[in-house]
Design a protein. Sequence first.
Length: 183
Amino acid sequence: MTLEQLLSEMKDPIVRKWVDFTLEIYEEDAVMLFGTEQDPFANPVGASIRNGTENAFSALLAGEDAGAISEHLSEIIQIRAVQQFPASEGLAFVFRLKDAVRAVLTESIADPGLTEMWGGLDRKIDEIALATFDVYGEYRKQVYELRVNEAKRSVSWVLEKMGERDGCPEPDKADGADDTSEC
């Protein structure tokens, strides 16, 4: 039996184990909720993790490239980028797929006929992880841009309010008048 056949045959337990590893980063009560609540509206994080890992594993079995597989994980990555996890912690779950596979296929690890195939699987998972770093970087950039824009709006609002308090309202530039008088 080939490694691909074993992976296909044991897909559900591997994905369940991968979900468990993916949830390890969260606090215990969050893990209870994310891991047990099946309603995607009551538990969007858990649903994203379950769907993302299952779709990514299916794409891996289908032989998709690392970039396409990382797109299946983008919702998980986006959540972790917003939650401000460092990249090393937020993306460690991708590497944990190796552990999930080995935990489920423990008896097959020692099979000398599969040794080369294990190396190929490990390289593919590493490629997926590298592709997810790019996705994570883009999401973090968006988060920082949103924060900068919000800070600019807040400062602008405060300055505007301070000007009104001092009795110097902002000049109305819409009427075209050049108001150079002092308050």
